[in-house]
Ligand binder design. Structure first.
Ligand code: M6R
Length: 610
């Protein structure tokens, strides 16, 4: 949520252009409002408004702004509505200090009052403004920028990162206190940003930071300091090998479609990682633990549900799964030093997940194994070990390829563990793993090719539908929930994902003539799912099926497009493939409804707030 980018350069001509180019790569973090503050000849030019960066740039000519330093911010609204006044960056009391933040200031109400009582002029309802005023306040007292920034962190409670500058100072300062921050050093310019994609257009020479650290940026250097005692830290830069062009659409109309189509490659890449020697460490962690937990949010949680079935079936290991915020109240008291928590997060920055990570560290609750996509994320640095999802950038707000990668990771680990602990025969485990390695990429490609057109046709028949269900059984439980989440997220339709045998315990009463219910099934469970389909059919509902082609299922679908047929594989591969037609269905429905699936309203890809 929210993305900040600060740049200091020796060139006076193109600060606006640089800030727009770099910060637009953070669009996935927020698109409620955008602003740029640039310092030109000792004066701060601040322009901001509601809307996406393209929109605000057109409106206010952000990319034409002059100066040699500046800060841009893309906002996902939390404190204060998405209005021009609440857009960031903000000024301090007068137009000398400028700055912007990402994260939440938890003592917003008290601190705002304290600042107002001491004469500060606060113009918005946004907590980011308080960061600038905190620095302003301490500069008044000390007359020193470094000290003012350092002291501001004593007042500001919460998880945040901010960048700040002063009209008469050449430097930009930034702090990291619980939200992500990365810096970069280019020729005659330096940059600080919430995330790597916005650094890469300028440089691949990067510095990762830890919480409790602050930065000073000039055109020539980035210096890192520990906030607590002001000690300068040795933090050599490193070359990032992440491809800067990966964050481009590559000919696809939307990132989401591109990312769905990247899944065959993801299968190859993630299996490659799992077959590397690093896997031994992950397996040992899993083997040593006496109790196992899978903790995640949103799509990552849905994949964790699928994972729970794999660990049960293939390894005989009970996985307690929980959504991030639910974990402590639900399972906290069951943790001890022998526990292992798999913390699953695409961004590696989700606050609900980092809260669990902190709980594990603070209470000595065993080990944390991160399953993450963003290299350089907080989860990566702070977990005991981590498994990369190997997806490259996932730019589109709806998760697709990372959910898919997570399912493969769980299936693979469960088979390897089951082989080692004797829960399944070695030959069975080896055969399954070789199918994941050798067959899954092409099966995935075939699924995309075959179900794409069906999903497109089906979407056209659903444009008037506002309410539907997506039901799974056994292994497809998490798959159905994921399909429902996608439809809710990018089509703005109410779509509930649930266990199909539960439907008759209440929700069935919603079914009237043609009410759509999607059933997702494996070949192993279709005999049972048919019972649930019949219960809907008997009430004249419209039944839509996702699964392999089965004669017994065919009579239950009215039209060809109501049966999203995935290629023939096997029960344990089915759940990995079954999600693809649902991704495609939600994508085409979203486009038909005139929605941009990459940037659904009200959302942000990286949720660094509680
Ligand atoms: O980065 P994370 O995997 O921790 O994100 C978790 C959820 O916010 C995320 O999966 C969200 O539900 C997706 N936008 C759904 O498509």
């Amino acid at each position: 949520m929210c993305g900040i980018t600060g740049i200091v350069t020796s060139n006076l001509d193109n600060i606006g252009e640089l800030l727009v180019k770099c910060s637009s790569k953070l669009t996935y973090r927020g698109y409620d409002s955008v602003g740029v503050a640039a310092v030109h000849n000792g004066r701060v030019d601040l322009r901001k408004d509601v809307g996406t960066i393209e929109h605000v740039n057109r409106l206010l000519g952000l990319s034409r702004m002059k100066g040699d330093r500046g800060i841009a911010q893309l906002r996902w609204a939390t404190y204060g509505a998405p209005t021009k006044a609440n857009a960031q960056p903000h000024f301090g009391c007068d137009e000398v200090f400028y700055g912007a933040h990402n994260g939440n200031i938890h003592n917003y109400v008290e601190y705002k009052k304290e600042l107002i009582d001491t004469g500060h002029i606060i113009r918005s309802e946004n907590d980011g403004e308080l960061c600038v005023h905190a620095v302003d306040k301490y500069y008044e007292e000390t007359g020193d920028m470094f000290e003012a920034v350092q002291l501001s962190t004593q007042d500001l409670k919460g998880a945040y990162a901010y960048a700040v500058g002063r009209a008469d100072k050449q430097e930009i300062y930034a702090v990291k206190m619980g939200s992500s921050l990365v810096a970069g050093i280019a020729n005659n310019a330096t940059i600080v940003s919430s995330d790597l994609p916005s650094v890469l257009p300028l440089t691949n020479n990067v510095i990762y930071l830890a919480d409790g650290e602050m930065l000073v940026l000039t055109p020539d250097y980035v210096k890192v300091f520990r906030i607590e005692d002001g000690k300068q830290l040795e933090r050599p830069s490193q070359i990032s090998n992440v491809d800067a062009h990966a964050a481009e659409k590559g000919g696809y109309p939307h990132f989401m479609l591109k990312e769905i189509n990247e899944q065959p490659k993801v299968a190859r890449d993630v299996i490659g990682i799992l077959e590397s020697p690093m896997c031994e460490e992950w397996l040992r962690l899993l083997e040593k633990a006496s109790r196992h937990y899978l903790v995640a949010c949103g799509s990552s949680y849905n994949a964790s549900i699928v994972g729970t079935y794999y660990f049960n079936r293939l390894a005989g290991i009970p996985m307690f799964h929980a959504i991030g915020g639910q974990f402590q109240p639900m399972y906290g008291a069951t943790m001890d030093e022998n526990s292992l928590c798999l913390l699953v997060s695409q961004s590696g920055e989700t606050k609900d997940i980092l809260n669990v990570l902190n709980l594990i560290k603070n209470e000595n609750y065993g080990k944390a194994l991160g399953v993450l996509n963003v290299i350089g994320s907080t989860l990566m640095f702070q977990s005991d070990s981590y498994i990369p999802m190997a997806c490259g950038y996932e730019v589109s707000v709806p998760a697709t390829k990372t959910y898919y990668s997570q399912s493969i990771i769980f299936a693979y680990l469960a088979a390897r563990l089951g082989e080692r602990n004797g829960h399944i025969d070695s030959s069975e485990a080896k055969a399954f793993i070789s199918r994941l390695r050798d067959d899954l990429p092409s099966l995935t490609q075939t699924t995309i090719d075959r179900t794409g057109i069906l999903a497109k046709n089906l979407a056209r028949t659903l444009t008037d539908v506002k309410d539907l269900y997506c039901l799974g059984y056994g292994f497809t439980d998490g798959v159905a929930r994921e399909g429902a989440l996608k439809i809710k997220e990018i089509c703005y339709n109410h779509c509930e994902g649930m266990y199909s045998s539960e439907f008759k315990h209440g929700p069935l009463s919603i079914v009237t003539k043609n009410y759509p219910v999607i059933f997702v099934t494996t070949t192993e469970d279709s005999w049972m799912v048919i019972n649930h389909i019949n219960e809907v059919k008997a009430r004249h509902g419209r039944t839509i099926v996702v699964g392999e082609l089965e004669e017994t299922l065919e009579p239950y679908v009215k039209n060809k497009q109501d049966y999203l047929v995935v290629p023939k594989s096997e029960i344990l591969i089915n759940p990995i493939l079954d999600v693809i037609p649902l991704q495609l269905l939600s994508y085409y429905l979203s486009v038909d409804l005139g929605i941009n699936p990459d940037l659904p309203r009200n959302l942000s890809k990286t949720l660094t707030v509680d």
